[in-house]
Design a protein around this ligand. Sequence first.
Ligand code: PMP
Length: 458
Amino acid sequence: MLSNLATRDVETVLHPYTNLSTHRQIGPLVLERGEGVHVYDTEGRPYIEGMSGLWCTALGYSNAELVEAARAQMARLPFTHLFSGRSHDPGIELAETLKELMPVPTSKIFFTSSGSEANDTQVKLTWYYNNALGRRNKKKIIARQKGYHGVTVASASMTGLAANHADWDLPLPGFLHVSAAHHYRGAEPGESEEAYSARLAAELEETILREGPDTVAAFIAEPVMGAGGAIVPPRGYFSAIQAVLAKYEVRFIADEVICGFGRLGTWFGSEALGARPDSISFAKALTSAYMPLGGVSIDEPLYEALVGQSEKIGTFGHGTTYSGHPVAAAVALKAIEIYRRDRIIEGAAEKAPQFQRRLSALAGHDLVGEAGGIGLIGGLEIVADKATKRQYDPKTGVAARCVAFAQGEGLIVRALAGDRVAVCPPLIIAPDEIDALFDRLGRALDRTRDWIRAEGLE
Ligand code: PMP
């Protein structure tokens, strides 16, 4: 029996990223409030939010300073915009702060409201830039299988997941995908991480040469793949890839929507993994998700090319109503102040060894083929046979079952394609809460194993 609220949900809400058929039968989990790393459902049951919502609530759920920053800006000037040369002080101050923080050469910041819009902006700027330089054929974008870059038409074209392409008439022409960088699944038996990285770089080079270097404009990658499986690249990956990109003047865009603002124990994931992108897309933890805000870094040559275009054709024709929304900007400024003042990112780095030790220990479980991560993010893969890495029939939905058991244990984690389970708690999580998280995840895996046996699915 669904509760009244659940029934109303099923009758009225079309849910993003949901199995709509199952949802109609089982209804929603309705959350009501949050405190620290916990969220509470309408029955008052607490859950450790082991996914920070959608990889985003880095400062947890009851940060009064973020609330006050939003309230004060709403009371003072709830909205103005950045179109037609208009501006506002939280937007200016935030752009200055981000310029200081960016680990890539940055002349300007362009604001969006989401990660998808940030990556869409990257594509449009890449095209516009190459037109400005007279490189009219240099337009193709290379992304990776299992990469996640959003759902707008261009960002979904870069995303490398079947659910975002099949029957959506995507990807658009001109968007290509090379292999994911996942050593556990992609490497040959006995292949070292470095050798695998070199092979992936060779694949990228072959792709560029096959397409024609004068037609390939940009390559996009997340430092750690999020929605594609919470996957850390093999050692040497980015240095190998970057050498190829530099050789053919292919712009490197790092999608730091998950990794930005501390997730790997550094301000940006690129810093932790030796990536040196030309531009960064960011969102999520910028405001700890208390307000929607994202953006991209713009380097000096790109900016000068945009100004050159304005001299020729006038207005720079891109931007949305909420680009740099002042309330979101005020919240982001406060979040960054807190990250700095309370050493949140250093704290994440200090807690990472405990987090990764507890995560890796789950690789000893009967069901787990791989478990690992970096900083305060990680994933595990459920397999039917650890020796052969054979997976369960996807129809079994074994990872989804594990996530449901975890929910019963008071833990929210996320099932991803390929029977992977992701963990990405708020950066403020305390050491005893890390232990509680993995105790609960371990029990959920035990219950999944018992269920598999009871159902005879082995
Ligand atoms: N890039 C990455 C790496 C993401 O994880 C996400 C969202 N999960 C996006 C882009 C898209 O962001 P949004 O959902 O805010 O559009």
